[in-house]
Design a binder for this molecule. Structure first.
Ligand code: 5GP
Length: 118
């Protein structure tokens, strides 16, 4: 896949504060927050879209969910957050390096399918 801004960020080529990092992923604040708390969990492995993930990515994808829960807790929003993955242009994806959004701090319960993004 083509390199993206998230590839550069995960490789440390663009200085960005990591709220959390480990060998598999980094967590950063979204540059254009859509909620008072809006952070991104980005795997170091460049997978373009969720739909492009493969069976060998199962452990990584599970890891990202575990990290999402832990980071949400650490940010004090563990009881009220939404986790979003946009897949493909039609799904609102703008950066084609898989990432998870944690959104919190506003009324996330409003509307069962309220996107929280866009
Ligand atoms: P997507 O629309 O692909 O699901 O989400 C991409 C997100 O990345 C957007 O919410 C956008 O604000 C954020 N974003 C794009 N470029 C940068 C950047 O250079 N730094 C940070 N921290 N966030 C970015």
């Amino acid at each position: 896949m083509a390199d993206t801004i998230f590839g550069k960020i995960t490789r440390g080529e663009i200085p960005t504060e990591f709220l959390y990092e480990d060998e598999h992923c980094v967590v950063i604040r979204d540059i254009q927050p859509q909620a008072p708390t809006h952070v991104l969990i980005i795997p170091r492995k460049p997978i373009s879209r969720l739909v492009d993930s493969q069976p060998e990515d199962q452990t990584l994808l599970g890891h990202l969910l575990i990290v999402a829960g832990k980071v949400a807790d650490q940010l004090g929003v563990g009881d009220a957050f939404r986790l979003v993955i946009n897949n493909g242009e039609g799904g609102g994806q703008t950066v084609f390096h898989l990432h998870l959004h944690i959104l919190a701090g506003r009324d996330m319960a409003e509307g069962q399918l309220a996107s929280g993004l866009n």
